[in-house]
Design a protein around this ligand. Structure first.
Ligand SMILES: *[C@@H]1O[C@H](CO)[C@@H](O)[C@H](O)[C@H]1NC(C)=O
Ligand SMILES: *[C@@H]1O[C@H](CO)[C@@H](O)[C@H](O)[C@H]1NC(C)=O
Ligand SMILES: *[C@@H]1O[C@H](CO)[C@@H](O)[C@H](O)[C@H]1NC(C)=O
Ligand SMILES: *[C@@H]1O[C@H](CO)[C@@H](O)[C@H](O)[C@H]1NC(C)=O
Ligand SMILES: *[C@@H]1O[C@H](CO)[C@@H](O)[C@H](O)[C@H]1NC(C)=O
Ligand SMILES: *[C@@H]1O[C@H](CO)[C@@H](O)[C@H](O)[C@H]1NC(C)=O
Ligand SMILES: *[C@@H]1O[C@H](CO)[C@@H](O)[C@H](O)[C@H]1NC(C)=O
Length: 602
């Protein structure tokens, strides 16, 4: 029905459809979780034709990295391979797979392309491009809740292993889904033209389906029952508590200055001999000055910190260091163990706030989240561990880092366009609303705003009253994470069932009629901005010079060779200013059209 109307008044209405359809998209999470150092949540995607389903950890930038069917049969020194559980990709079985000779292959290299800069998987991989399909929570116009992205930039890993400090190697268990790049496409000179590989948020943005090339994510916690959240083109504001730090990203990384690490007890009796402690970051290490640059990376599991820092933290906790794993194992026989991990005590990370030299921001990671579990092939039976990994910065450009252990308690987002900023904030505990309105990120947005919630309230119920009358911590009742984004467990603009067909149609008509003039203006500005953006992106020449290089240098240089720094796209574009008013007319219309389209379109 709506389609007929659009055909009749093409310029005006198509423009409305184009602008209004762009709302944030909610990504579905798998009901399965993964180790061997988690458990961690993952998202479910399908790749190839016919579609092969697999779970991936959403992480990093540029290429998506997937494990191929051969990954379990390639040699590792520790026995056991759990990669089958997440689903493996067999390139031979896909009819839509594309390869080009210009990409080169990676042999015995380190897959440093994950935007981490934290030691990660090594092995052999080939670049391949295939069709990604995603089931989205919010059905989008014309595709029945399915989104397909053709020629997704992917590294298919035929041999993938992690190396322990002892030199032992073990197979990777799950691949990772790239969360985008500053560029819309990744292109290679090919057959006298350019071959364009695609990225997830960029392609949806270019197709007008999400408001910007951006995402907002909170990976949540399996053990504490904190549901994960990944939104493309926006974020769930209830996943942000307190100030949001906004700082520039670099071509591969999300860097920020860590100012200090401490311990604090939010309420009740402390399980320690103090209620707060600071100065752990630089403790016993004079060479750590006022700050330590770290990168934030959901591709990696641990807290990668100087040995002196891990020692300072762990000296206060019932832990023993295991040199083979280079990790700390909880002493479960110590009464302090249960007391600490079930108390309202947190490890606190203080960061520079939005590149300021005076202001800072602290993210609290409750010890409840730092009782993670090692499983096979790392250990023969599950043991609880504390995720500090003494790390060394061997070469210039490598960083200390905070991986998933930290991100259980932190919101991370990136606005790839605009000023090229990424965002870090405190995320809540298990008490988060199952339904909440999403907020769009627009290309010019320089900051995000959370809902006005308190952090301690978000842990209410989990800690119960914290500490009983005798000063003993009350052990939380068992809780498990549930929900994969279907049904009522994920934020959504408005429950579909809350409005009848008639009411929805009425809203759509009212909205279109009432603000038509503003919409036309917005459309004009929007398409002008998009044209400008396209013009500028044509300048991004690709690094054909590095084709064929093997290993680390080749892969990393290929990125560096793009010569594409944090972009100034959109900074001058009028649409940025217009759109940055989240609560304005345009923002509301995005929501209204989505509701209407669900009803009107087949
Ligand atoms: C994907 O790549 C193939 C091979 O180069 C090309 O024919 C096709 O048009 C591309 N698809 C898109 C959507 O760009
Ligand atoms: C790749 O994108 C560029 C625009 O950036 C375009 O000029 C070129 O034709 C595209 N290549 C193909 C094969 O579609
Ligand atoms: C991205 O690639 C697609 C497919 O080749 C092309 O149509 C589009 O123009 C490219 N966009 C940019 C911004 O280069
Ligand atoms: C002290 O910190 C520096 C980094 O600033 C690091 O290189 C060194 O390894 C640390 N020392 C110890 C004992 O951890
Ligand atoms: C953070 O800011 C507060 C208030 O200005 C200050 O008291 C504190 O020392 C700062 N912390 C660090 C680690 O810089
Ligand atoms: C800590 O982790 C272990 C598994 O490693 C689990 O069995 C135990 O229940 C956890 N304790 C708490 C209080 O969550
Ligand atoms: C999501 O979980 C529900 C029950 O928790 C299950 O019925 C449904 O099949 C799951 N959906 C997906 C896509 O995994």
């Amino acid at each position: 029905m709506l389609i007929l109307v659009l055909r009749a008044v093409p310029i005006f209405c198509l423009c409305i459809a184009y602008t209004l359809a762009a709302g944030p998209h909610v990504i579905l999470w798998s009901s399965q979780t993964y180790g061997p150092d988690g458990p961690w949540h993952a998202v479910t995607v399908k790749l190839g034709t016919p579609a092969q389903q697999m779970d991936l950890i959403p992480a990093g930038a540029w290429e998506t990295q997937i494990l191929s069917s051969s990954v379990c049969s390639t040699s590792t020194t520790l026995s056991g391979c759990n990669a089958n559980a997440a689903g493996l990709f067999d390139p031979e079985k896909s009819s839509s797979l594309v390869t080009i000779s210009e990409t080169g292959t990676i042999k015995n290299g380190n897959f440093c392309v994950n935007g981490g800069g934290i030691p990660s998987m090594s092995g052999d991989a080939e670049w391949m491009f295939d069709t990604l399909s995603l089931t989205l929570r919010d059905g989008v116009v014309g595709n029945n809740g399915q989104n397909t992205i053709r020629n997704l930039s992917t590294m298919v890993i035929s041999r993938g292993y992690n190396t322990l400090p002892s030199g032992s190697t073990y197979a990777a268990e799950v691949g990772k889904l790239s969360l985008g790049a500053p560029n819309i496409n990744q292109s290679w000179v090919h057959a006298g033209s350019r071959f364009n590989a695609t990225f997830l948020p960029g392609t949806l943005f270019e197709a007008g389906q999400i408001p910007s090339n951006s995402y907002g994510m909170h990976i949540g916690s399996v053990a504490a029952g904190v549901r994960p959240s990944l939104i493309l083109g926006g974020y769930d504001p209830t996943r942000i508590i307190g100030p949001v730090s906004a700082q520039p990203y670099t071509i591969l990384k999300l860097p920020i200055d860590l100012l200090d690490i401490g311990i604090s007890v939010s309420s009740g009796k402390s399980p320690f001999e103090f209620t707060s402690k600071s100065g752990l970051l630089a403790s016993n290490n004079a060479s750590i000055g006022t700050s330590l640059p770290v990168v934030i990376d959901s591709a990696s599991p641990y807290l990668y910190l100087p040995k002196s820092t891990c020692d300072a933290i762990t000296s206060l906790l019932p832990l023993t260091y295991n040199p083979l794993l280079s990790l700390y194992i909880w002493d479960v026989t110590s009464p302090l163990y249960t007391t600490i991990i079930s108390s309202p005590a947190s490890l606190t990370f203080t960061f520079r706030l939005s590149s300021s030299i005076t202001a800072n921001m602290t993210i609290s990671v409750p010890f409840a989240l730092l009782n993670l579990t090692l499983t096979t092939p790392l250990v023969s039976s599950p043991i609880p561990y504390f995720p500090c990994r003494p790390a060394q910065v061997e070469t210039l450009g490598e960083n200390y880092g905070l991986g998933r252990a930290f991100l259980q308690a932190a919101f991370v987002g990136v606005n790839w366009g605009g000023d090229g900023l990424w965002f870090l904030a405190q995320a809540p505990g298990p008490n988060t609303p199952s339904l909440s309105p999403l907020t769009s990120i627009f290309p010019g947005d320089k900051t995000l705003k959370g809902a006005d919630n308190g952090w301690e309230d978000s842990w209410k119920g989990y800690w119960e009253d914290g500490i009983d009358g005798d000063g003993n911590a009350i052990v939380p009742t068992g809780s498990t994470a549930s929900g994969n984004g279907t049904g009522a467990d994920i934020a959504h603009t408005l429950p579909d069932s809350a409005l009848s067909r008639g009411v929805i149609a009425g809203i759509a008509v009212g909205a279109v009629g009432g603000v038509a003039v503003i919409v036309v203006l917005a459309c004009l500005l929007y398409s002008r901005a998009r044209r400008r953006k396209a013009d500028r992106e044509n300048v991004n020449l690709f690094a054909e010079a590095h084709v064929g290089n093997d290993g680390l240098a080749g892969v990393c240089d290929r990125h560096a060779g793009q010569g594409y720094g944090p972009s100034e796209l959109y900074t001058q574009a009028p649409v940025g200013e217009l759109h940055s008013d989240h609560n304005g007319v345009v923002g509301e219309l995005h929501g209204e059209y989505k509701k209407a389209s669900v009803v009107e379109l087949p």
